[in-house]
Ligand binder design. Structure first.
Ligand code: TRP
Ligand code: ZN
Length: 873
């Protein structure tokens, strides 16, 4: 880890140069022994015809103990090379040669979880983005694609399973006097960048299945986990098979190796990793069982399994030229996994969930100190750029292209993209070029979406004049750090105009009720021959990632919520109704009952129809979060936001209490089902129970305890626990104790136990979290556990994090420093929790800035970059 940076290196897109040498193939030998692993690597190098650089080549290597370095089997004198600051420079290389290095590394001491490390006794790797340089010397950049052959050696009894990418081609026992050691050699026929390298050594259980590809090749599917978790792999297997079939049918993409493996590990910096043929997953994204996993957890497993599988084409076969192109694989792959989830589940619900996530998490990122373009111009630590902007906004940019081209042309364009770029490392421009080539469209201006940071605000005004309805669109993108001037973007606006019965008016001679307007100027007006008094249904399906500013009346919103056929617009109407009421309550908290009363008729309609689609009803009935409400008020005083939010919830709890009670009682299932409808009913029921408790209904505690005692699945059990604990109902402490007792050996369930407690609203939770940091089950070295306690506290509990005393900030700062010394990547992610600093009211802003400045002094490069941006804004 780098401590106390004087000058931080900045990497710039404009400085891109092709590598001086290419690596045709690499033979790795990884000899795992307790305490020290020895890695021998032989790189077949060839001068890159596309490079101007002469005979000097640099290789990345971090923390490697170099034992020997040989060129074409001749050991190099130390004056022929230079290893310093993470770079090995070798001079006087011939046109083609083999460079062999032997290095020692210490995976047991690797708490940063990048490179080779240990997790619960097994060895595993994480190489994206720049972890491979912690394993051996290599040009660690995604545009160097090599054929890998990997031999893994370890003790056979403790590590019976030795895995790497591709196919096993040879194996055996090491002779040397019955050492008990064995080895396996794996060969990956597909050239790949080193960030896709993976290796696993352990004693794992396997769920095995097969998949017959569309062309009739049989693929072995193997999911590995600790033995105790073997019964939690079925859902991931089913999801994988669905994803494989879906990618064949929807994108014409077939799997290309004979084996596809997924390994579940408990210690993992992010969700999962798409290593070629050998995905490595955070246990939280692969293990699922109804008794231990919530319904949301099941959905997450399905989408992450699919996401990593889809990377086999969008990321692996066609990869990124440099890390500025990260969204090329991530944005596209998120779009693909969103399409997949929409096809597997309710498409309308999926879309709303995706948009909800984007507007409540990516929009704030885009409006804060961390704002950056989907294709940034520069970075300090690439790990800090695995952001919601790259992933989620990137997916929206692909989605807009999908809609601009239409499904059929989009498919032709992706075929073109995969065929033209197979086996290559390319750029976002290459992706758009395929869209242009197939459609004949000029997407030049559209590409500003990639380079321009910030969320555009689309202001819409309307008037009825001379028998026509005129809509005027104005777009404006606020300045972001380092990007003052913004250009107009191409904004597709899908719209309908609803009459006073809520029916769509005919917009043209063909009677079309929906139209897409493409706004590409700062201001534009369009006109429609429709009767007076229409309600505009704008941005249907959330057709562009913009903030829509239109001055809806309450009556118009009620109409959209009741009648709009577009799921997103209905949900958005509900959000606007809630926000309008909440905004007023921030100023006048005493008016909660009146505000709730005004909402009752519209919400009663939603409840009356809830049986049509319980999941959608649950989304429509969920209040915006306290954090989302706070994002509308500057300067931000989290205490008054909290009061308003709580008052609203309580008032709605009371005003609709008979409905909440009957939903809570009537949605009770008698047997377990995991289908979408059953999940939706559970979601709605948990929501009803929560409102019932918020409204202080006498039966809330009894119903929650009842559900908690005899749950059919974890969604019920956890939903009940949350209601008991968050509303401090009788029986809450006992339930917490019982839950911990029941689930102490299930790490992922215990994560939920920590998270429930970290998100109890109110300042007193700071003490509670401080206490939990000392709990025997808390562990700084397990990212999932740290996120469950400290991450949820920071990001999901504003009334405690922003406690007036500053105690929440001190907790945060101490946690940050402590974690940074162990795992800088995860610490830097946690540091993002302070990104709202510039918007805080002055007293809190100063307090938070003060503790952060202190943390920054001794921080890693990762944390320093994030805090630097936040503190200088
Ligand atoms: N490429 C992975 C994905 O989105 C994510 C990833 C990037 C990652 N870097 C990582 C995962 C580091 C774990 C650790 O699919
Ligand atoms: Zn990804």
């Amino acid at each position: 880890m780098e401590i106390g940076h004087a000058a931080v290196a900045i990497t710039r897109l404009q400085d891109y140069c092709p590598p001086a040498y290419l690596v045709d193939s690499v033979a790795l030998d990884v000899d795992i022994r307790d305490g020290v692993t020895t890695v021998t690597s032989s790189l077949s190098l060839r001068r890159n015809p596309a490079s101007a650089d002469a005979t000097v080549m640099t290789f990345n290597g971090e923390g490697l103990l170099l034992r020997t370095l040989a060129l074409d089997d001749v050991v190099l004198d130390s004056d022929r090379y230079h290893y310093e600051n993470g770079l090995l420079t070798v001079e006087g290389l011939p046109e083609a040669c083999t460079l062999t290095s032997v290095v020692d590394i210490e995976p047991e001491k690797n708490t940063a979880l990048e490179g080779l490390y240990q997790s619960n006794g097994m060895y595993c790797t994480q190489c994206e983005a720049e972890g491979f340089r912690h394993i051996t010397f290599f040009p660690d950049r995604p545009d160097v694609l090599a054929r890998f052959t990997t031999t893994v050696r370890a003790d056979k009894a403790r590590y019976p399973l030795l895995l790497s990418n591709g196919n096993p081609v040879a194996w055996g026992e090491e002779e040397e006097g019955g050492s008990g050691r064995h080895w396996v050699t794996w060969e990956d026929p597909f050239p790949k960048p080193c960030y896709l390298f993976a290796l696993v050594a352990g004693d794992l259980a396997c769920l095995e299945d097969t998949f017959m590809t569309v062309s009739g090749r049989k693929v072995a599917l193997r999911l590995y986990a600790e033995h105790r978790d073997l019964d939690k792999l079925d859902h991931a297997m089913a999801s994988l098979k669905n994803a494989m079939r879906w990618d064949e049918q929807v994108y014409g993409r077939e799997y290309d190796l004979d084996i596809y493996m997924i390994v579940a590990v408990s210690h993992f910096n992010m969700g999962a990793m798409e290593n070629k043929g050998l995905n490595i997953f955070n246990t939280s994204c692969v293990l699922a069982h109804p008794s231990t996993t919530t319904d949301a957890g099941f959905q997450r497993v399905e989408s992450v399994v699919a996401h990593e599988y889809f990377h086999n084409w969008s990321g692996n076969r066609v990869t990124c030229r440099d890390w500025f192109q990260l969204s090329l694989k991530e944005g596209f792959t998120v779009f693909r996994d969103q399409q997949f989830s929409a096809d597997m589940n309710s498409a309308a619900v999926q879309r709303v969930e995706n948009v909800d996530f984007l507007v409540n998490h990516q929009f704030p990122e885009d409006q804060g100190p961390m704002a950056h373009a989907v294709r940034p111009e520069e970075y300090q630590k690439i790990d800090n750029f695995y952001t919601l902007t790259i992933y989620e906004k990137g997916a929206e940019i692909v989605r807009m292209q999908y809609h601009l081209l239409g499904a059929e042309n989009f498919r032709k364009a992706t075929d073109h993209y995969f065929e033209a770029n197979d086996g290559k490392a390319v750029t976002c421009d290459d992706f758009v070029a395929s869209m242009e080539a197939v459609s004949g469209r000029d997407l030049g201006q559209f590409k500003r979406w990639y380079s321009q940071a910030g969320t555009p605000v689309l202001t819409v005004t309307d008037e009825y004049r001379e028998g026509q309805y005129h809509l005027t669109f104005r777009q404006h993108t606020p300045a972001t750090p380092g990007q003052e001037d913004k250009q107009p973007l191409v904004i597709p606006i899908r719209l309908a105009l609803l009459d006073d019965q809520g029916a769509p008016c005919a917009l043209d001679a063909n009677g079309q009720g929906e139209q897409v307007i493409i706004v590409d100027q700062a201001q534009e007006t369009v006109s429609f021959a429709v009767p007076e008094g229409v309600t505009p249904s704008l941005l249907r399906g959330f057709s562009a990632p913009v903030v829509l500013d239109y001055d809806y009346t309450q009556a118009q919103l009620a109409r959209l919520l009741a009648y709009d056929s577009d799921g997103y617009c209905r949900w958005n109407a509900a959000q606007r109704l809630y926000f309008a009421a909440l905004d007023r309550l921030v100023v006048e908290p005493g008016e909660a009952d009146a505000e709730a009363a005004a909402l009752v008729p519209v919400l009663e309609q939603v409840i009356a129809r809830s049986d049509e689609d319980p999941a959608q009803a649950a989304l429509l009935l969920t209040l915006p979060s306290e954090v989302a409400l706070g994002d509308r008020h500057t300067p931000l005083n989290p205490a008054s936001i909290h009061l308003a939010h709580r008052a609203m919830k309580r008032a709605l709890g009371k005003a609709l209490q008979s409905h909440w009670l009957s939903l809570a009682e009537n949605l009770l299932a008698t047997e377990l089902s995991m289908d979408g409808r059953a999940m939706g009913r559970r979601q709605l029921r948990n929501l009803a129970l929560d409102f019932l408790a918020a409204g202080e209904h006498d039966e809330a505690a009894g119903l929650a305890v009842e559900l908690f005692e005899l749950p059919l699945c974890m969604s019920e059990e956890l939903g009940a626990l949350k209601v008991l604990v968050h509303h401090d109902l009788p029986g809450a402490d006992q339930a917490l104790a019982q839950f911990a007792e029941r689930w102490q050996d299930e790490a992922l369930v215990m994560d939920q136990w920590f998270a429930v407690q970290a998100t109890v609203p109110g300042e007193q939770t700071v003490d509670r979290v401080n206490g939990l940091l000392e709990h025997p089950a808390f562990d700084w070295k397990t990212p999932n556990r740290v996120r469950a306690l400290v991450g949820t506290f920071t990001n999901g509990n504003p009334s405690a994090f922003h406690a007036e005393s500053g105690a929440g900030y001190r907790l945060f700062a101490q946690a940050l420093s402590r974690l940074d010394a162990i795992n800088p990547q995860v610490a830097a992610r946690l540091a993002n929790g302070a990104a709202r600093l510039p918007r805080l009211e002055p007293q809190r802003r100063e307090r938070l800035a003060e503790v952060l400045a202190d943390v920054q002094k001794n921080s890693s490069g990762n944390v320093a970059e994030v805090l630097g941006r936040i503190l200088s804004s």
